[in-house]
Design a protein around this ligand. Structure first.
Ligand SMILES: *Cc1c(COP(=O)(O)O)cnc(C)c1O
Length: 449
């Protein structure tokens, strides 16, 4: 299809995600014809370096030979079948593999089909656990004010980003929300490198006041991603684990964005040496090929549901595509690639490359901070450095960076005033240099008055 015809039909019939469609009057969507490593290539052959892993899902690049082969091989056997009363090798192999690699003694895997649905399953599991353990008053969730856990109503209820949530407030679950970490504008005037997560006090106070009503605390470990790649120190998670143990509250870790190597380790909780009671994973799990998500949990939680059928203790939750075989086969291959190609061992050199670029960015007039956790780096744009005054959101500086970067051949999709990098883990050092150069130029032009 010609570009013009494709865009005409898109305009006529397609409603894009997280988009003000009117923006397409000035900047129509880019029709992609194929992918190649870190590159997306449009119908006219223009190439875009995928600096955000296509919304944080891609791990090893597009059109990956091993993943392509795994997909085709599985399609030649069976693509999908009912997962209640049936099972298959890719799911079993994946479940065993994830349990072996996950922190702590997470030993059971529940399958779902996208990030939000994993959050819903984890919330329901935690709630039902307490119902079945004689503590039915533990029925609410405690989350952080800038959190993001997905768009379905349960997930949105424990989210905090007002931009995505405010309009739906009347139809959300009631819960508790604590002030989360904000290291760029730390209210204690401390630095994330050597603080003791003093800001944990906010969460702790709420939990202590209401623990008899609280089933679980849910957080995004180390990086509050959608809030603008807010990076906070592992000690926060250590304190959280201790608090949850002390007050008998589940710790739900949403590693949907940060799992699978993004923080430099397979799972973010490893940095703190702690394990959650429920671990939600998705996004990178299939290398960015197909939707799949899982909730890992402990034998203890699993056992609270394990009984004779008439007790009605089962977790009666399902999705049509639960345990999709194509997605599981990809996820198994992803784990093999991690091991056989030594992916994690190659990351420190690239992290150092980010760090080497930091000074160049922070020298710019409108850069308030350059921060990094593993293979995720973020730049906080400010109107004035003094006092860390941000640009008014109406100026859409981030959107200008997006446009500037596209012209120069890179996909960066800033979050408000935060430009971030979350490239495929396999990005080469040459490609990473190019990405940083494009970002520098785009940022400079979008912030020159
Ligand atoms: C993306 C994301 C989700 C939601 O996943 P979807 O697949 O988009 O539903 C939940 N939590 C975090 C931390 C995420 O980044």
């Amino acid at each position: 299809m010609e570009r013009a015809e494709l865009l005409r039909l898109d305009r006529a019939h397609v409603w894009h995600p997280c988009t003000q469609e009117k923006d397409h009057e000035l900047l129509p969507p880019i029709p992609i014809a194929r992918g190649e490593g870190v590159w997306l290539i449009d119908v006219d052959g223009k190439r875009y370096l995928d600096g955000v892993s296509s919304w944080w899902v891609n791990l090893f690049g597009h059109n990956h030979p091993r993943l392509n082969r795994a997909l085709i091989e599985q399609a030649g056997k069976v693509s999908h079948h009912i997962f209640a009363g049936f099972t298959h090798e890719p799911a079993v192999e994946l479940a065993a593999n994830l349990c072996a690699k996950a922190p702590g003694n997470l030993s059971k895997v529940f399958f779902a089909d996208n990030g939000s649905s994993a959050i819903e399953a984890a919330l329901k599991m935690s709630f039902q656990y307490w119902q079945q353990c004689g503590q039915p008053h533990k029925s609410r969730f405690l989350s952080l004010r800038e959190a993001y856990h997905g768009e379905t109503l349960g997930a949105l209820s424990v989210g905090g980003c007002e931009l995505y949530r405010d309009v739906y407030r009347p139809i959300l679950l009631e819960g508790f929300q604590a002030q989360g970490p904000d290291c760029f504008r730390c209210p204690y005037g401390l630095r994330r490198d050597d603080c003791a997560a003093e800001c944990f006090a906010s969460l702790e106070a709420l939990a202590e006041a209401h623990h008899q009503e609280i089933a679980a605390i849910i957080v995004e470990p180390l990086i509050q991603a959608a809030a603008g790649m807010r990076i906070y120190p592992p000690i926060y998670l250590k304190k959280l684990r201790q608090l949850c143990d002390r007050l008998h509250i589940h710790y739900i870790a949403d590693e949907i964005a940060v799992g699978f190597g993004r923080t430099g380790k397979m799972f973010a909780n490893e940095h703190a040496g702690v394990a959650p009671d429920l671990l939600c994973l998705s996004k990178g799990i299939t290398g960015g090929y197909l939707p799949l998500s899982v909730v890992l949990t402990t034998e203890e939680i699993y056992q609270a549901f394990y009984d004779d059928f008439p007790t009605l203790k089962a977790f009666l939750h399902s999705h049509s595509y639960t345990g999709n075989a194509l997605a599981c086969a990809l996820a198994v291959e992803v784990q093999k690639i991690f091991t056989e190609e030594g992916i994690l061992a190659q990351l420190p050199a690239k992290m150092a490359q980010f760090d080497a670029a930091a000074a160049r960015f922070t020298a710019l007039d409108h850069v308030g901070e350059f921060r990094r956790c593993g293979m995720v780096a973020a730049i906080e744009m400010v109107k004035r450095k003094e006092g860390r005054i941000g640009y008014p959101w109406q100026e859409r500086r981030g959107y200008q960076v997006y446009q500037q970067a596209l012209l120069r051949g890179a996909l960066l999709r800033p979050l408000g005033n935060v430009i971030y990098f979350m490239p495929p883990l396999t990005i080469s050092t040459v490609e990473l240099d190019l990405l940083l150069d494009i970002a520098y130029d785009a940022l400079r032009d979008a912030t020159s008055p």
